[in-house]
Ligand binder design. Structure first.
Ligand SMILES: Cc1cc2nc3c(=O)[nH]c(=O)nc-3n(C[C@H](O)[C@H](O)[C@H](O)COP(=O)(O)OP(=O)(O)OC[C@H]3O[C@@H](n4cnc5c(N)ncnc54)[C@H](O)[C@@H]3O)c2cc1C
Ligand code: FES
Length: 360
């Protein structure tokens, strides 16, 4: 199965397709992480323009299953890097291990255009970065960019299991030598001091009140940093978080449906078309269209499940939905009826969506 919305689908004016990119180099960063430097052909240069902090979504066939996974750029256009992502193995994970184990120089992968809202804002404040494990990937891109293009001061708290698992250790040392006191790096190693605690984050709170804070890492680490910053009076809008792990199912506060009627009382009916297959089912309150498709036994495309990659987009042919988060679709796409199924819950008695819409 390879459902994707191709760039030439009616109503899609942005490049939502998957393109084949050749791997220039695989760089073994640590025992369990590799960077993949990608070759972008000249005709796709515009498509793959990106900002530091953004990611690509890869489509891979692993053990006969088509899977979609997002990986952030560790490269930074501002310093002339070639497009690169860095992938750390997740124990038991399908795609991260497949990429680390099987991909080599010259192989071809499929990736969508860059996306994501974890980007450097226009403010001239200092920048604090909190990274753990593979969370360093977008943070590294952001740090290189801020250091090379602004005069802002930066501080990095970087947590890892042990010294051998520190991705970009040497490159961070190089940045330190180049930028001196504009970068302050603190490494936290779990083997020495256990997991990071509030006491490790508190020294940053005062500076964070007048800075932008970027956080990326495992959920408990991000939650810790965010809660300490917020408790210390750091304004929420100065805290930027990139979540790598799939979020909990969208919590739905039931609202009266826009066109409530007898059918709604009996249960909303959701019809989904995917890969030439059309199925209908009663909607379970609190679940998204994506979850409904999976409950029907379909295999819809998805990756982030947080509204930021557009892998799950489908066209709404009938009915209405409420989209909880949309950090991926453009206004004209929404106006044309495209929705992020991972964020959409029905608000009318019947809803009909089609993935990979290709005609009227
Ligand atoms: C915006 C974004 C950017 C990202 N950037 C990066 C990046 O730069 N670098 C990076 O390394 N990662 C990044 N990620 C994470 C990445 O997309 C993947 O989620 C990660 O690599 C794991 O994918 P996987 O296929 O290897 O694991 P999966 O196969 O998805 O498995 C994940 C975990 O679930 C467990 N699991 C799988 N199936 C089951 C099951 N049936 N029952 C119980 N447990 C199960 C696995 O054992 C594993 O622990 C990013 C994610 C997002 C959303
Ligand atoms: S799966 Fe990423 S936006 Fe829905």
């Amino acid at each position: 199965m390879a459902v994707s919305v191709s760039p030439d689908s009616p109503g899609v004016t942005h490049d939502r397709g998957y393109h084949r990119l050749r791997i220039r180099h695989v760089v073994r960063e640590t025992d369990d992480a590799s960077s993949f430097v990608l070759e972008v052909p000249p005709e796709l240069a515009t498509t793959y323009r990106y900002d530091a902090g953004q990611f690509l979504t890869f489509r891979a066939t692993v053990d006969g299953r088509t899977l979609y996974r997002s990986y952030s750029m560790s490269s930074a256009p501002a310093v002339g890097d070639q497009l690169a992502v860095t992938v750390k193995r997740v124990p038991g994970g399908a795609v991260s291990n497949w990429m680390n184990d099987t991909l080599h120089d010259g192989d071809v992968v499929e990736a969508s255009a860059p996306a994501g809202v974890f980007r450097i804002g226009p403010a001239e404040r200092d920048l604090l970065a909190f990274a753990a494990g593979s969370g360093i990937t977008p943070i590294f891109s952001i740090l290189k960019t801020v250091l090379s293009t602004t005069t802002r001061g930066t501080r990095l708290l970087y947590a890892n299991r042990d010294a051998d698992s520190v991705i970009f250790a040497a490159a961070l040392d190089d940045l330190q030598s180049t930028y001196g006191d504009r970068l302050e790096t603190a490494h936290h190693l779990d083997v020495e001091r256990g997991f990071a605690t509030a006491a490790d984050v508190e020294p940053y709170v005062e500076a964070a009140r007048n800075a932008d804070s970027y956080i990326c890492g495992p959920a408990p680490f991000m939650d810790l940093v965010e809660s300490v910053l917020l408790a210390g009076g750091v304004p929420a809008e100065q805290i930027h978080i990139e979540r790598f792990t799939v979020s909990e199912p969208v919590e739905v506060v039931e609202e009266p449906p826009a066109t409530a009627g007898p059918e709604q009382a009996a249960g909303t009916e959701v019809t989904i078309e995917l890969d030439g297959q059309k199925m209908s089912a009663k909607h379970h309150p609190g679940t998204t269209i994506l979850q409904t498709a999976r409950q029907m036994g379909m295999s819809p495309p998805y990756s982030c499940e947080s509204g930021s990659c557009a892998t799950c987009m489908a066209k709404l042919l009938e009915g209405e939905v409420k989209m909880h988060v949309n950090d991926a679709l453009y206004e004209d796409e929404v106006a044309d009826g495209w929705i992020l199924t991972c964020q959409s819950v029905p608000t009318t008695p019947t809803v009909h969506v089609v993935y990979g819409y290709e005609g009227n």
